[in-house]
Design a binder for this molecule. Structure first.
Ligand SMILES: Nc1nc2c(ncn2[C@@H]2O[C@H](COP(=O)(O)OP(=O)(O)O)[C@@H](O)[C@H]2O)c(=O)[nH]1
Ligand SMILES: [Mg+2]
Length: 389
């Protein structure tokens, strides 16, 4: 085995020099950043079989500075099949990508430590990578960490849309939609009681259109009795548009619907019934903050044909982190109307305020001692930085 070491200002220069000296069969054994660039160690006649014991993940994600490499081709073997060759090329490519990402990340950290620190903190908040990168990209030059933090929080709360105390101020015709158990009926009850306290029972109509869950109608009737407000019940869910049309005179119409998850076979049919109510109906998507960000995004996407005017974010009291939920909302440009942070009716409900939600997300991240994984950051943002160069 012949080993050479090359130092160059940039990785690709070092790689070219090695290829020229050792040929296409050269294998990278390690690379590291040195004062005047990168130092790459490579070899020919490298025994690739030693690598085959390593799991693909280990081979693809070498740790630390001294990285093991994969052979482009091992001369110890006769003629590798094209499939094996393809595999080896893929492995090599992954290693190179990881190393380039690492170099880009290191470079970025060196050039702007405040930016990388903030990326880490946003990541701890659960803010999605693209959004974090976008926020950091807008930072003025030469901010210090404190200013940068304030800027990032202000940026996040600017992107997060809220509606204000819409229904309780102005009334509305709202159908609460979303998965089972997210808190649709509870939000409806809180709003109904608040309306009653503010405006009296007049002009309020309750519609019990959850025709699926046992006891859902009873729940609504109990609420109606408590408030002295009639409860309207459609014969079947499909009869909702007809019933809805008859409630024109009421200022606030609150409609309870069956829990509909995105995997429900009835999903499309239920959406069609709600759409048939016409543009006067403003569906509100109820989302539990304790749901994983990816699942929230999927839900928002699937309900999009219904064109929900806003969402209600529930169970913020149970969420271990809020950044993921806020990212999902910002990304989908879905406004938040109210926030529910407990089971008490009507206390645990407030109109959403953007800065308050973002601050709460920061508080939660601090309380949980979330720590950004340096390796993960390097791979995520380094790749991004590398792709952008
Ligand atoms: N901790 C907490 N529990 C809530 C909240 N909202 C609703 N719940 C509870 O979640 C459960 C399901 O609520 P429900 O309104 O029946 O959900 P629905 O199936 O969407 O109508 C009930 O036990 C509620 O008391 C909230 O903001 N925080
Ligand atoms: Mg319900």
């Amino acid at each position: 085995m012949k080993i050479v070491r090359h130092t160059a200002a940039e990785m690709r220069h070092a790689l070219r020099a090695i290829r020229e000296q050792l040929g296409e069969d050269a294998v990278i054994l390690s690379s590291r950043r040195v004062s005047n660039g990168v130092e790459v160690t490579a070899a020919v006649d490298f025994d690739a079989r030693r690598l085959e014991d390593a799991t693909p993940a280990e081979a693809a994600l070498p740790s630390g500075g001294a990285n093991t490499g994969a052979a482009l081709r091992s001369s110890a073997e006769p003629e590798p099949s094209s499939e094996a060759m393809g595999q080896e090329l893929k492995t090599l490519r992954r290693i190179l990508e990881t190393q380039l990402a690492q170099l880009a990340w290191n470079e970025r950290s060196r050039r702007n430590p405040v930016h990388t620190e903030l990326l880490g903190e946003l990541s701890e908040l659960g803010v999605a990578q693209d959004l974090a990168d976008h926020l950091i990209g807008q930072l003025p030059a030469d901010v210090d960490l404190r200013q940068g933090r304030r800027f990032a929080i202000a940026g996040l709360s600017q992107y997060l849309q809220v509606t204000g105390d819409c229904w309780l101020d102005d009334g509305g015709r709202v159908a609460f939609v979303g998965a089972t158990g997210v808190g649709k009926t509870t939000v409806l009850a809180k709003l109904a009681v608040r309306w009653m306290l503010r405006h009296g029972p007049k002009q309020l109509a309750l519609v019990a259109a959850d025709t699926v869950r046992i006891g859902a109608q009873d729940q609504m009737h109990a609420l109606g009795q408590l408030l002295g407000v009639p409860v309207h019940v459609p014969e079947r869910f499909e009869a909702l548009p007809e019933l809805f049309a008859r409630l024109e005179r009421h200022r606030l119409v609150l409609i309870d619907t069956p829990g509909t998850s995105v995997r429900d076979p009835q999903f499309e049919a239920r959406l069609a019934v709600l759409a048939a109510c016409g543009p006067a109906l403003g569906p509100a998507l109820v989302l539990a903050a304790s749901t994983q960000a990816g699942a929230l995004e999927e839900t928002i996407e699937r309900f999009r044909p219904l064109n929900p005017a806003s969402c209600v974010l529930t169970k913020t009291d149970e969420a271990a982190s809020l950044g993921g939920a806020l990212s999902a909302l910002i990304r989908s440009r879905l406004a938040v109307s109210y926030v529910s942070d407990g089971q008490r009716v009507p206390e645990d409900l407030r109109p959403a305020r953007a800065l308050e939600l973002v601050t709460e997300a920061v508080r939660l991240a601090k309380a949980s001692g979330a720590a950004a994984d340096e390796d993960l950051l390097r791979r995520r943002f380094g790749k991004l930085a590398h792709a952008n160069t």
